[in-house]
Design a protein around this ligand. Structure first.
Ligand code: MG
Length: 416
């Protein structure tokens, strides 16, 4: 974690309150009754997107999630499941919310660890908050601000209207639309909430409570994309119309030692008659081994040693083409589709040129790719090192792949 950008020592980083305790009444009809913070977008609930932005900012020390009282057990197990899959690397707690937003904030503040000095209060209904905005708010707190809020200039003309008649046109230049997260020094914010409770003061954001106490509230630039999901029309923002495939690159490297009495040399599934023999548990196809590691790299699935241990008798002498088929099943199940493979064989002997055409064709066939998408290169190391002494052979593999995104329309109200 880097804290230098915001000027806090790591232990003193602000914590963030993620407010997910609302009932979302305005959206209930459009979502089938699911509170908006539990709507899923790109596979995870809306509140999780905010938590990720906090984590990615590297400017937040921990999180408190505030959930509706009626949903505490379900929310806890949902959070456990989300963290198992996508660990945010931050300490976190869960707090039970209250009837009003203001009550939920006060309950969330009470759940913060005693060492916390600054807090960002954020509405989970703003899932597009960026790590950059979080960093700028934290930096303002580190510079000594007691309260800092993101604002945007108002582009519509704003009028005060009562009983169907305009009462006043407000001077637009002085108006700003206010977003969350809002950042605060914790002691004055706690005092402001206590005073509001005593005096029956209600406010739609925490900065207003600080203003009422006479604290200076600093305004910084908000972000136009940091919109609040409020009305049924806003749900359109959560529909991915054309998901873009993601491009990945995987790298693989393998070495096999030459040894008289070893296994006959096979490269890319092609036997190399008269070549040196290799020591290996499987068939010793060093090229397919490197290729499999590159494929696993694209899918973030570890390496072949994990999947096919060389102590396991089941893999003794096994054809690497069979193992490659299994690796392709695994990587395809992960949504990874190989598009191109570039393979470099490094060996003093044998000479590769007579075989490289056959290897290229066979590797393309095994990968289910056109031969035009597979490249085989050969190199010696000028007589240097173990390859130069003809003690062994090594192969570098680079695979490019596309990862299919989730299908469009992933916005759903499932909560499991
Ligand atoms: Mg190997």
């Amino acid at each position: 974690m880097t804290d230098s950008s915001v000027g806090f020592a790591p232990a003193a980083l602000p914590w963030a309150l993620i407010l997910a305790a609302g009932s979302g009444r305005r959206l209930a009809a459009a979502t089938g009754g699911t509170a908006k913070q539990f709507l899923r977008w790109r596979g995870v609930p809306l509140f999780w997107h905010s938590a990720r932005a906090m984590s990615r900012s590297a400017a937040i020390g921990g999180l408190v999630f505030v959930f509706p009282a009626s949903r505490m057990d379900a929310a806890r197990s949902l959070l456990d499941a989300l963290h198992r899959r996508d660990d945010l690397g931050l300490p976190w707690f869960v707090a039970q919310g209250g009837p009003r937003r203001q009550d939920s904030v006060a309950l969330g503040l009470a759940a913060l660890p005693g060492t916390v000095r600054h807090v960002l209060v954020h509405d989970a209904a703003r899932p597009f908050v960026s790590p950059g905005l979080v960093r700028r708010l934290s930096a303002a707190l580190a510079e000594g601000a007691e309260a800092v809020i993101p604002v945007l200039p108002v582009t519509d003309t704003i009028k005060r209207v009562a009983h169907g008649f305009v009462r006043q046109t407000l001077p637009r230049a002085e108006l700003a639309a206010v977003q969350t997260p809002q950042g605060f020094a914790l002691p004055p914010l706690r005092q402001a909430h206590a005073r509001a409770r005593e005096n029956g003061l209600e406010a739609t954001d925490d900065a207003a409570l600080m203003e009422a106490m006479g604290h200076e509230v600093r305004a910084i630039d908000g972000e136009a994309c940091n919109v609040k999901i409020t009305n049924p029309d806003d749900l359109a923002l959560l529909r991915d119309t054309a998901p873009q495939p993601e491009t990945r690159t995987g790298m693989g490297y393998d070495v096999h030692r030459y040894a008289t009495g070893g296994r006959p040399l096979v490269l890319g599934g092609v036997p190399i008659p008269g070549g040196p023999e290799v020591l290996a548990h499987s068939d010793g196809d060093v090229l397919l081994h490197a290729l499999m590691d590159a494929l696993l790299g694209c899918a973030c699935l570890g390496d072949i040693g994990q999947h096919f241990p060389d102590k396991d008798p089941a893999f003794a002498g096994i054809s690497s083409a069979v193992l490659l088929r299994r690796v392709l099943d695994m990587t395809r199940a992960a949504g990874v589709q190989a598009r191109h493979a570039d393979l470099t064989v490094v060996a003093q002997t044998p000479r590769l040129a007579p075989h490289s055409g056959a290897i290229r064709k066979n590797v393309a066939r095994l990968l289910d790719l056109p031969a035009a998408c597979v490249n085989i290169k050969a190199s010696t190391e000028e007589g240097l090192g173990f390859t130069g002494r003809a003690e062994g052979i090594k192969v570098y593999a680079v695979v490019s792949a596309q990862v299919c995104p989730q299908p469009p329309g992933t916005l759903d109200t499932g909560e499991a």
